[in-house]
Ligand binder design. Structure first.
Ligand SMILES: Nc1nc2c(ncn2[C@@H]2O[C@H](COP(=O)(O)OP(=O)(O)OP(=O)(O)O)[C@@H](O)[C@H]2O)c(=O)[nH]1
Ligand SMILES: [Mg+2]
Length: 725
């Protein structure tokens, strides 16, 4: 097949499909508008592999959005639809999926569990009204979930836990529940108990309604049944615990509980609902199996009954807290862009949540972050890759705009007459960098364009050209993140790339002085000659060269030995010479040159001659002034659970790091250290393996310091090889 036709076929396969596809359930029902009080916006979050995407799939099936349950393992799930997600069997991009349940619209925002893609996790947690934290019943709470929990706490989001994979070998509900209590340190309120586990898992007991639900028939619920006799005592005990936790969250309920020793099912549900709305931390715990579709309908009931609607969440505040909006359809429009996807075929997709008013298709809105108008064309609802036509998206709902030009993640759309800027999304900072280059010669320009596009799509992906090392650097949240982007550039835009370790941008400086050094250009053999001579002193200014302390030039020439009009040429020569230091060709910084004498010739002197004399003088003087190489030192902050402290500090020592202090922050230790940049390029990978992915770190440039002699020799030798090549 010719490349042209192949592209066409690929383009068709990747086009967001219209609603009339036969393999889908009836999506047209989502074309209607839901009142904010009938919407639930729920994020599904957890450590990778716990079953978020599978749970979304089961919810879509129960709600009738899809007729057959797809599977992550077979690459047929609604949420993981991008080529690289199917290939890797993990979620890379957050996606919006929709299900209808009890006349409510559930917007389910699936998020990636791998911390290489945590940018999207931040976006999801910023725009949902509550979260379901999925815990794998065979492992309990894992490191990634602990990190997610920190963000949930930051936004103070209502959260319930769903203990998934109850059907799987080694599933253990009691252990998983214990791990939730211990690692997240929260009061849990168990509302669903498993009936059997592993291969015997057959249903759940609803501890609130005191009834059992068995596996639905397809997506049709089975009639409720009685609690198995063998579980009655356990259920009794769990219910008592549940009632106590719920009662403690509210003064009226606790009073009622003390008087009557019990709460009704309705009071329990209202209690949880109230705790969610009033931001009292109770964590309801449910359980089930996404693959076996057990406990999923109970979770959907729970979401509808207890999680807040966009209306319950209340007034929306601007970034500075000065402007507010009511979360209803009649308020002026405000919406937040939380994700953009570049697709070479479908064009740009801009995913947004409307907070107030109505965002209409074919309209003009004001982008308050950019301070400019934005023309909106087509808007749609979204279910995975499927777009559902709609003339507008109203308050409390999610939508996607197609082919917007300027909007970026984090931007606010609003009414031009009623401006508001919603709080931005805090993205994690990149922790790893590679040098990137095109695999094919001549692809440089294409590479830059595509990289630019990728960085617009993903705020945790950055590009920078290092002028000193002449490398193009890409930075991101991990090796997998950067490789996923490279994969996408190849598959979507046909740009193949290679990567190298970044080179360190060393600098050179001097530790001593050199006085009375001559620089001279003398070519005076017949015809018009070239002549210029300068005398300089060289001294260090600041020993630790910082970013801005480059060099000083002082002119102390008296009596016109170097005529005034040639002084700038001398300075220019010095400026040029310092761009390439005498040791290894790195910029020479932190020195003062004093020009105090020289000689000129009335005919043969010129700017060029004095420039060359200046350069030569600086080089000569530098060699006499104890030149050294400086390396960039980073301030590093590493956050790890207690038990990894020793290993992390040991590893820092082996990287020439210096620990400056350790602080206890919550349950974690935060180690402050300074470490040379050259030792940090692969730190994110190593920290992950030392801490079983439970450590995190940030890194900022601190200063330059002298490179130890042995390493300096190596850098000098490398520069000679580079030069020879
Ligand atoms: N036995 C069993 N396996 C499950 C269940 N839910 C999910 N899985 C399997 O667990 C694996 C991971 O499922 P996903 O749904 O992709 O998990 P995820 O949390 O979305 O993973 P990431 O997107 O990578 O964070 C897949 O192989 C699923 O088939 C379940 O209830 N029971
Ligand atoms: Mg997933």
């Amino acid at each position: 097949m010719s490349a042209f036709f192949l592209n066409l076929v690929v383009a068709y396969a990747r086009m967001p499909r219209s609603v009339s596809q036969k393999d889908k359930g009836d999506l047209t029902k989502f074309m209607k508008e839901y009142q904010p009080k009938n919407i639930r916006n729920i994020g599904l979050v957890s450590h990778s592999n716990a079953g978020k995407t599978s749970l979304v799939e089961a919810i879509l099936f129960n709600g009738g959005t899809i007729e057959k349950m797809g599977s992550v393992d077979q690459g047929t799930s609604a949420s993981d639809h991008a080529d690289d997600e199917i290939e890797r069997k993990i979620t890379i991009n957050c996606s919006i999926c929709v299900a209808e349940w009890e006349d409510h619209k559930l917007n389910l925002i699936d998020s990636p569990g791998a911390d290489d893609f945590y940018g999207d996790l931040e976006s999801v947690l910023r725009v949902v009204d509550g979260v379901v934290v999925i815990v794998d019943a065979t492992t309990g709470v894992e490191g990634g979930t602990e990190k997610v929990w920190e963000i949930i706490e930051k936004y103070n989001l209502p959260a319930a836990v769903f203990i998934n994979k109850m059907d799987k070998e080694n599933a253990n509900f009691a252990d998983a529940l214990e791990s939730v209590k211990n690692t997240l340190e929260v009061s849990t309120a168990t509302t669903l108990l498993p009936i059997g586990q592993e291969a015997d898992f057959s249903g759940v007991v609803d501890v609130v309604q005191m009834k059992s639900s068995l596996r639905p028939n397809g997506n049709e619920p089975q009639p409720d049944s009685d609690i198995p006799a063998s579980m009655e005592d356990d259920v009794e005990e769990i219910r008592e615990e549940l009632v106590e936790v719920v009662a403690e969250s509210d003064d009226d309920l606790i009073e009622k509980y003390f008087e009557e020793g019990e709460l009704s099912s309705q009071e329990i549900l209202l209690g949880i609902q109230g705790a969610f709305r009033n931001k009292v931390r109770i964590v309801p715990v449910l359980c089930g199996s996404a693959l076996e579709n057990i406990g999923v309908q109970n979770l959907m009931d729970f979401v509808v009954e207890c999680f807040p609607s966009p209306e319950d969440v209340g007034i929306i505040e601007s970034e500075d807290g000065e402007v507010t909006r009511d979360p209803d359809i009649s308020s002026p429009m405000s919406a937040l862009v939380f994700k953009t996807l570049a697709d070479p075929f479908a064009g740009r997709l801009t995913l947004f949540r409307v907070y107030s008013g109505v965002l209409s298709g074919d309209s003009q809105v004001f982008n308050s972050a950019k301070g400019q108008n934005e023309k909106i064309g087509k808007v749609s609802f979204m279910n995975g890759k499927d777009l559902i036509d709609t003339p507008q998206v109203a308050a409390g709902d999610f939508g996607v705009a197609i082919k917007l030009v300027n909007a970026q993640t984090g931007d606010t759309f609003c009414d031009a007459d009623n401006i508001i800027q919603l709080p931005e999304i805090n993205f994690p900072k990149p922790v790893i960098s590679f040098a990137i280059l095109p695999a094919r010669e001549g692809d440089d320009e294409k590479l830059s364009t595509v990289l630019q596009r990728m960085s617009e799509e993903d705020p945790t992906f950055r590009i920078e050209r290092n002028e000193i090392t002449r490398q193009l650097l890409v930075s991101g949240l991990g090796e997998v993140h950067l490789n996923a982007i490279r994969g996408r550039m190849k598959d979507k835009f046909g740009v193949e790339t290679a990567v190298e370790d970044p080179k360190v941008a060393y600098r050179e400086t001097i530790r001593g002085r050199a006085n009375g050094v001559r620089g001279r250009l003398k070519k005076q053999s017949g015809g018009r000659g070239q002549f210029g001579e300068v005398w300089i002193n060289l001294e260090p200014t600041q020993l630790e060269g910082s970013e801005d302390d480059e060099f000083e030039f002082v002119n102390k020439v008296v009596g016109g030995s170097v005529p005034t009009n040639y002084i700038p040429a001398v300075e220019k020569g010095i400026r040029e010479a310092r761009t390439s230091g005498v040791l290894a060709g790195y910029p020479f910084v932190g020195f003062r040159v004093t020009l105090y004498d020289g000689k000129h010739h009335p005919v043969d002197s010129s700017d060029l001659a004095f420039q060359i004399a200046g350069s030569q003088a600086l080089r000569e003087a530098t060699l006499d002034a104890k030149p050294v190489i400086l390396e960039p030192i980073m301030d590093v902050e590493i956050s790890v659970p207690d038990q990894f402290m020793g290993d992390v500090i040991g590893d820092l020592n082996s990287r020439r790091g210096r620990v400056m202090g350790v602080d206890q922050v919550g349950k974690r230790q935060v180690i402050g250290a300074t470490v040379p940049l050259s030792e940090m390029f692969r730190y994110s990978i190593d920290l992950k393996s030392i801490t079983s992915a439970r450590g995190s770190f940030t890194m900022d440039f601190s200063r330059y310091e002298q490179l130890p002699d042995e390493l300096a020799q190596k850098v000098i030798a490398d520069s000679k090889t580079d030069e020879a090549e």
